[in-house]
Ligand binder design. Structure first.
Ligand code: NAP
Length: 278
């Protein structure tokens, strides 16, 4: 059996921790697989996909700016990518077809469950309506959440996501305007799906402009920021007595879902979490 390759396409790729995590998992499980990063500008995605087919990559990941653009270049989609309209993972089938899925939402719901939180019947508020919010909202809806509220500055993006959830999932979806400081309505789970607080220095201290006063102490507060376990937003929530969940557990689990889909082998989650510094 020759070495199998999985590749990540994105731009920029600097600082992306996924290859470290996946290569640690391949090594730990003794699989002769390698994970490679490629900086592929948006304009070169089509050529990149043609190369991926010629090389015979066994699997792929897509990050900014390719998650939506890659969809027409694939041979089929799992429901997670079909409903959300975004793909972060591709598996090459034995017949060579490239099938896309989205493991971002899977990773989030898996991280919730590992904290003893079953999304079924829960009322969830998402801050943001970008790619990550879409994936998380769809997977929460498919996992039986009773209500998902999308708060976003740009009305068209939140309305589009609410319409998509209403048309393709059984969840009750609501659009919440966000101007100035958002008064977050009472909910079971609040998720920051914006990039606010990403980066280093002053940027890392930034917190989304929200007022948490209406939340009961039992509300679980999450931040998708995968760069660090303790973000300024989560720190603020902890000071109010909320249980918090950061983006690292989600990142590890979306990777573990990809590992299993590519190799058929259960992912060594502890090894992957450790490789991320979690
Ligand atoms: P995206 O597609 O660019 O969407 C960003 C969203 O955040 C948009 O809805 C945008 O609102 C909103 N936003 C940006 N700045 C804001 C601000 N200052 N105030 C309020 N809203 C703001 O980004 P994405 O791909 O969804 O990624 C979002 C975050 O999720 C990033 O931090 C990313 O690293 C993280 N993520 C984590 C994982 C993981 O595994 N942990 C996986 C995927 C993504 P407008 O529409 O109004 O511009």
């Amino acid at each position: 059996m020759v070495t199998q390759y999985v590749a990540a396409f994105g731009d920029p790729m600097e600082g992306n921790p996924t290859s470290k995590m996946q290569n640690a998992a391949f090594e730990h499980t003794g699989l002769d697989w390698r994970y490679l990063d490629f900086t592929i500008p948006a304009a070169d995605l089509e050529a990149g996909m043609a190369a991926a087919r010629v090389i015979g990559l066994s699997g792929m990941n897509f990050t900014i700016p390719h998650k939506v653009a890659v969809i027409p270049l694939l041979d089929g989609l799992e429901p997670s990518a079909e409903i959300s309209g975004a793909c972060n993972t591709v598996v090459r089938q034995p017949d060579g077809r490239l099938i896309g899925s989205n493991t971002d939402g899977t990773g989030f719901v898996w991280a919730l469950r590992d904290e003893g939180i079953d999304p079924a019947g829960l009322d969830v508020v998402l801050l943001g309506a970008g790619g990550a919010a879409r994936a998380v909202a769809v997977e929460l809806a498919l996992a039986g959440a009773s209500r998902v509220t999308i708060a976003n500055r740009t009305p068209s993006k939140r309305d589009e996501l609410v319409a998509l959830l209403g048309a393709k999932t059984p969840v009750s979806a609501t659009s919440l305007p966000w101007e100035g400081i958002l008064a977050v309505p009472p909910c079971d789970v609040l998720v920051d799906c914006t990039p606010v607080g990403m980066g280093t220095g002053q940027a890392a201290l930034e917190v989304v402009p929200v007022n948490l006063a209406a939340l009961a102490p039992s509300t679980v507060v999450c931040d998708l920021n995968p760069e660090r376990a303790h973000t300024a937003f989560l720190e603020r929530a902890r000071e109010r007595g909320h249980k918090t969940i950061g983006g690292l557990p989600m990142l590890a689990r979306q990777g573990a879902a990809g590992f299993k889909a590519w190799t058929g082998v259960d992912a060594p989650l502890d090894v992957m979490v450790a490789a991320l510094g979690g």
